[in-house]
Write a protein that binds this ligand. Structure first.
Ligand code: ADP
Ligand code: MG
Length: 242
């Protein structure tokens, strides 16, 4: 199993109006390629903060983070931005699509940040991921013309368009009814089966059913880290035999 992420003694404090909030304390964990992890825990326990750090959107106050062998604290802003755009796909609870861009324009956006820009290639790639999430027929619509479930499928397409090594999803089903939630979860499950590493924050115990590992946080600390049993999970079998 190839190790993708290594966190050692990660802590994060926020200082607002002289009040210090400790969002994360002493988090150490490693994540292998191909894992599908559900991060759970009560509101305010640090799940989103942890995901932001994993996604290089925020940085730890203390501790070390290695991503794909690179020590993150040694990287420049520019290097981090490049890694974000090449290796990481984000899905948020509130979809975060840009309202005055069409579905196509939203999905192509991450590609336009990359160094080598080729319009024809972009078009092909967007077509592929829109087919994948069954949204091809809405390519020229604006987000406001779509249902919540459709918007989230577009957001998943946007997260996938650059073939990221890691998908980070922060309560991706939090604003969806159960039918749409199921379709987004099914999509994530398929992506994981095809090799994507997924870290998903979730409130909903049903969401974590297809995950290979559950990490539970409480008051910024890791209180449970459980891999699913061998019998119902091929991935687990591999990691035991490795
Ligand atoms: P969760 O996602 O588990 O609900 P968060 O990671 O959003 O929790 O927040 C963890 C703690 O850190 C909370 O007490 C929250 O108020 C605080 N926090 C998060 N982001 C900030 C910020 N930018 N500034 C100040 N405090 C923050
Ligand atoms: Mg949160």
């Amino acid at each position: 199993m190839t190790q993708l992420i290594q966190l050692s003694g990660i802590g994060k404090s926020f200082l607002t109006q002289e009040i210090e909030t400790r969002a994360l304390s002493d988090i150490s964990l490693s994540i292998n390629q191909g894992e599908y992890i559900a991060f759970t825990g009560p509101s305010g326990c640090g799940k989103s903060t942890l995901l932001s750090i994993l996604g290089l959107l925020d940085f730890p106050s203390i501790g070390e983070y290695h991503l794909d062998g690179l020590k993150v604290s040694d990287l420049s802003r520019q290097q981090k931005a490049t890694i974000r755009s090449e290796k990481i796909g984000f899905v948020f609870q509130s979809f975060n699509l840009i309202s005055d861009l069409t579905v196509y324009e939203n999905v192509v956006l991450p590609l336009t940040y990359q160094k080598s820009s080729n319009r024809q290639l972009h078009k092909q790639k967007v077509k592929e991921v829109l087919e994948r999430v069954e949204m091809t027929h809405r390519a020229n619509h604006f987000p406001s013309q779509l249902s919540g479930g459709q918007q989230q499928r577009v957001a998943v397409a946007r997260a996938l368009v650059n073939n990221p090594a890691i998908i980070l999803a922060d309560e991706p089903t939090g604003n969806l009814d159960s039918k749409n939630a199921q379709s987004v979860l099914k999509l994530l499950e398929q992506l994981n089966r095809e090799g994507s590493t997924i870290c998903m924050v979730t409130h909903d115990p049903r969401s974590s059913e297809s995950c290979t590992r559950n990490i539970d946080l409480l008051d910024g600390r890791l209180v449970k880290d459980e891999k699913k049993s061998i019998s119902n999970n091929a991935f687990q079998l591999e990691s035991v035999l490795a």
